[in-house]
Write a protein of this length. Sequence first.
Length: 180
Amino acid sequence: MNNEDLKKIIAEFADFPATGVSFKDISPLLSNPDYFKFAIEQMCKVVESFNFNKILAIESRGFIFSSAIAYQLGKGLVMCRKPGKLPGKLASQKYKSEYASSELTVQNGVLKNTDKVLIIDDVLATGYTVRAAYDLVRSFSQISGCLFLIELNYLKGREKLLKTTELVNEQISSIINYEG
């Protein structure tokens, strides 16, 4: 098995959730234990040289990969959720995505200024969501990098992150790439 095999199992749905969007459905990958295990192993390999002690999991599909990777690598896991999903005092960051405006939150105190954080989500598309997570976390922790299962290169999310954050190319990783 290789990363191209992972790409082949991912279903695509045209014009979902909006006209002009080609949605990458990871459900077939998740439902196949061999493919899911391989995806987690590949994602772990990609970040083995990164220096981090915490993983920030972006809601909701990012939770799936983050929890498995945190378990595999023995790292702490912090949930980054939309408003109304976490209790207690929260830090938040508003953002606009390709579909709508939203906000991300984390619980105060779960990240310290000594933490080195790896941000994980399922897809890097336009970069708006991960940029919001980056802005939220960098106010109280160091960011070691970002990891995605899928990167939609044609939407130039990586380029936007490189222009608008302190990340360098080597700190942004994915295992499946779509050129167009």
